[in-house]
Each structure stands twice: as C-alpha cells, then as structure tokens.
Design a protein around this ligand. Structure first.
Ligand code: NAD
Length: 514
C-alpha cells in the first residue's frame, strides 16, 4: 500500500514551479511512515480540504485510525533505536543536509504553504526560512549534548547522561503548518528521539514534504512520520502507551484534553496554547513605531497568530493621534491573492473561521464597540478569488475590558483599542486574564520598559517591537497559555532526560553486619 517517496516529491515540486492560486490539486497520499508515503486504509471516509484563497477543493484528507497510528508509532520506535545510538555529530550532519534541502526548495514549499493556508507568500517564505534555520540551530546543538561529572569521596564519582525520551508526538495547529512541524521535530531529532507528527486537518499538505526531506537527507526510515486526522487521531496518539512525550500546539480547551490523556501514562507534555496578549503603548513612545508595531501585533497571517497583541492599551493623551494613524495604515493594507509578492493579507483558513471572526465583530458592536475600519467579508477584484475567505482588517474603538472581543481569543484580524491613564492601572488590567502567552510595551523610558516587562504575566514581552521570534529565543506561555518552551537552548531540556550513573571506586559499606 505504499508509493515511492522520491518520485512523488519530484513530480509534485515540479508542478509547483509555475503554480498559481486556484490551479493545484493534491492527489498524493499524505500519510508517511516507514520512510514512504502510505495510502489511506480502504474505506476511510475522506474529508475535503479547501484552498482558502479560492474556496476550491485542494485535496482529500483521510484520517488515520488505530491500526495506522500503531504502525506509525512502531515505525518510529524502530528508527529511534538506530538514531538514538548515533553520535550527536552524525545526527547533526543529517540534519544540516535537511536544512540545506529546505533552503534550496524554499520557494516551492512556501507556495504550497500559501495554497493550503492562505497567508501571503512573503510571510510563508519567512516561515520556511525560519524552518531551515531552526534545523540548522538544533543540528549545531546535537553534537554538544552532554552530562556532568560529579566527584564523590574516596575517588568515587557520578555522571549524568543526557538521553532522548523515545517516540515523541507532535500535534500542530493550522496557522504555521510547516514551521510548527519543524519547531517540534528539530529539537526532538537533535536529542535522538523519533517523532510522529499530526498536522491540523485543515493543513495536511506540507508536513509530508518535510518527512520526505528528512528521508532524503538520510534519517533512518520511520524517524519522522506523518499521520493525518483530527481530534480522534490526536486522541489515539495522546493515549498511546508507547509514546513518551506530546508536544501540542493549539487552543486552550484542546490543550487541557491533551494533558489529561497524557497523564494516563505519565507522558511529558509541552503545551503551546492560545492567547489574548496585551500591547501597552505609553505616551512617550515613538508613535510611528508603535503604530507599525500594533499592525505587526494584529494582522500577520490574517490575525491568526497565537501571540498576537490584540488588546492594545494606549495612554489617553495620545489615543486620538494613535487611532488616526493606525486606521490610516490599516485601510491601505493590500488584501488579495496571497501568491502575489505585493499582497500583505491573504485569506482566513476556512469559511467557518471567517464567519466566527465576523461574529466577534458583530458581537463587539452590540456590546458598544465602534468599528473604525474593516471588519467585513472582503471580495477581491480577481474573479478566481470570489470564493475565498477574505476579510478586511478591523480596528475597534470604545472597547472596555469586560467586552467579549477584549476577553476572548478571536484568531482573526481584529484589534481592540483601550485607553489607560497610569502604568499601575494598565499592568493590573493587562494581567487580568487567564492567558499569558505574550505581551508588548512601547516607550522611550528604558526603566519603565524593563519594569513593565518584569511585571507582565506572560511568557514573552516585546519591547518597542512585536512578533519577533528568532530560533535562538525561547517561546512559550505562562498561565493557561501553556508550559514548556519551543526554540532556544532550553528546548533541549524538553526533549531529553537526565540519567544519573553513580560509580563506586572502593568497597561497599558493611552496614548491616557492623
Ligand atoms: P485546535 O485546538 O482546534 O487544534 C489543534 C490541533 O489539535 C489540531 O491538530 C487538532 O486536530 C488537534 N486536536 C483537536 N482535538 C484533539 C483531541 N481531543 N486530542 C488530540 N488532538 C486534538 O486549535 P487550532 O484551531 O488548530 O489552532 C488555533 C489555536 O492554536 C489558537 O488557540 C492559537 O492561539 C493556538 N496556537 C498556539 C501557538 C503557540 O505556539 N502557543 C501557535 C499556533 C497556534
């Protein structure tokens, strides 16, 4: 039931060369284990996947059942036994080759990502660049993993070994499909683990390209596997007794279920969950930068970014000027064909997501917010985009902390602006949420900037910019936005465990006969 990986890959990426919106249909199998694409089991019910920019069917997604999940996990385990015994430097070499291939195919992978996800091509290219950089970064670390030597009395000693966990599961969201698969697999593989990855059912296409690239680079068959599916397949993975760890990216309610299922066999978990992050703009800021920062904090990937700063607190004295500038700039954002280099906002992920976000805007109006711009479904002039899920970016004024649009994660291009007077007051209001993913502050006062960063209850604080996530920098939430980090050196800790070895150099104490 398998089809040769390299042939499919070569044909498909060739097809991508001249790809335009509305042209590509993906017919290849999207499951991957044992080093090959694997056909879905006979009789599996297909779920259609749509191209967000056109509303056209892009492919069918066939969810994996128990038997298939078992096969993928078995194949991962077999690969783990080989990979974990290789020297870090050997793993590093293979990973560097994978990074090189991704870099070489960057434009075609980015195009495919756009067609499946709807984000603009310039953003997708950055995602793919971040992806090969992430693999390079962890490849660099694979050869440096080491334990510690601890001297004990009488010449005895102990040492620690940094060991992999085993088979790790990655479960991804749809907003950064390729990048999320890399953010999880790169540190996992560097530490000597194998991975079974389940992408979001809305974006099943590019994770399997990553699997093929790892194979081409020389990882053992089964080291990185892709199973397709939604909640049921995800639950099979989280409940599986042979899985050592689950790294999950998604919403808070699903994250809680993942943690509960993982607890049954005491799996380690990393939870990268949602947010409703505050962005605080003080009157002494560089206003032009603050306005640009507010757009970066709200409209990247059509507002579907977990760490977006969607509660924009602006000090009252500069509120009118801020609103005037932010609305002027928001109105000129170019929305349209995401494959065009000039486009800055593409389509939302699904029709349901678009309706949900528009529903948040109507609710906000009912609760007293004023729409200063956008907030409507948008139809680009290009006839092939008529069925796409586009929306004009929205700025809401007259917001209060108790409104739904200020309390809940919208996951769409909607910025809520709220006035404040003092630092103490704004910190209290900013922290008054169960989320804690990110935060931001714009000010020219450096003491204030660091004081605010210290007092914000969030896993990241951006000072005088927003949404900058280079691979060297740890990323992860506080409170219900999750725990565990991705990126940075620290992530090695989340994909490895320390074994202590105690070595006696003398005789054993005769304690029981003394
Ligand atoms: P979601 O929680 O609906 O789904 C996430 C993933 O979990 C999908 O692959 C889905 O199929 C799977 N899933 C669903 N039910 C499951 C279950 N019962 N058991 C196991 N797996 C299950 O989230 P989404 O709509 O795909 O993504 C949007 C959310 O993700 C937002 O809340 C966003 O903030 C968050 N997110 C967080 C980060 C981060 O790094 N913190 C990054 C991106 C997205």
């Amino acid at each position: 039931a398998r089809s040769g990986a390299s042939i499919v890959m070569a044909q498909f990426l060739k097809l991508m060369q001249g790809a335009a919106t509305g042209q590509i249909v993906v017919t290849d199998c999207l499951n991957f284990w044992g080093g090959c694409r694997v056909k879905p089991k006979e009789g599996t019910h297909a779920e259609p996947v749509y191209e967000p920019a056109t509303g056209r069917k892009l492919c069918d997604m066939f969810p994996c059942g128990k038997e298939e999940v078992d096969q993928a996990i078995q194949s991962a385990h077999a690969a783990y036994l080989k990979w974990s015994k290789m020297a870090g430097m050997e793993r590093s070499r293979v990973m560097l080759e994978a990074a090189r291939i991704i870099r070489e195919r960057r434009d075609n992978i980015a195009k495919l990502e756009v067609i499946n996800n709807g984000k603009s091509i310039t953003e997708a290219q950055v995602d793919i660049d971040v992806s090969w950089q992430t693999i390079e970064y962890y490849a660099g670390m694979a050869g440096t993993l080491a334990g510690q030597h601890i001297q004990l009395p009488g010449g005895s000693f102990a040492y620690t070994r940094r060991e992999p966990l085993g088979v790790c599961v990655g479960i991804g969201a749809w907003n950064y499909p390729f990048q999320v698969a890399v953010w999880k697999s790169a540190p996992a593989l560097a530490c000597g683990n194998a991975m079974v990855f389940k992408p979001s059912p809305f974006t099943p296409v590019t994770a399997v390209i990553l699997a093929e690239i790892y194979k081409e680079a020389g990882v053992p068959d089964g080291l990185f596997n892709v199973v397709q599916g939604g909640a049921e397949t995800g639950a099979l993975l989280c409940n599986h007794p042979n899985v050592a760890k689950v790294s999950f990216t998604g919403s808070v309610p699903t994250g809680k279920k993942v943690m509960e299922m993982s607890a049954k066999t005491v799996k380690q978990v990393t939870l990268e969950l949602g947010g409703k992050s505050p962005l605080i703009i003080f009157k002494d800021c560089e206003l032009d930068n603050a306005v640009k920062g507010a757009l970066m904090a709200n409209f990247l990937t059509q507002g579907q970014v977990c760490c977006n700063g969607t509660r924009v607190y602006v000090q009252r004295e500069i509120l009118p000027k801020f609103l005037e500038e932010v609305v002027r700039k928001t109105k000129t954002i170019r929305i349209g064909d995401p494959l065009l280099e000039t486009t800055r906002m593409g389509a939302l992920i699904t029709k349901q997501q678009l309706d949900k976000v528009l529903g948040f805007v109507s609710q906000a109006k009912k609760e007293g917010a004023k729409v200063l711009c956008g907030g409507d479904a948008f139809t680009p002039d290009d006839p092939k985009l008529k069925g796409g899920y586009f929306m004009s970016p929205c700025v809401l004024d007259n917001c209060r902390d108790d409104m739904t649009c200020v309390k809940e994660e919208i996951f769409g291009p909607v910025m809520s602006v709220l006035p404040f007077d003092t630092e103490e007051e704004v910190l209290m209001r900013a922290n008054n949420t169960t989320f804690g993913l990110a935060s931001g502050v714009f000010t020219r006062d450096i003491s204030r900037a660091h004081r605010v960063a210290e007092n914000l209850q969030a896993g990241t604080c951006f000072i005088n910019n927003y949404n900058i996530s280079p691979v060297e920098v740890p990323f992860g939430g506080y409170k219900q936005s999750g725990f565990g980090k991705e990126n940075g050196q620290v992530t090695i800790e989340y994909y490895s465990q320390l074994k202590t070895v105690v070595v006696e150099m003398g005789d054993v104490d005769d304690y029981f006969n003394n």
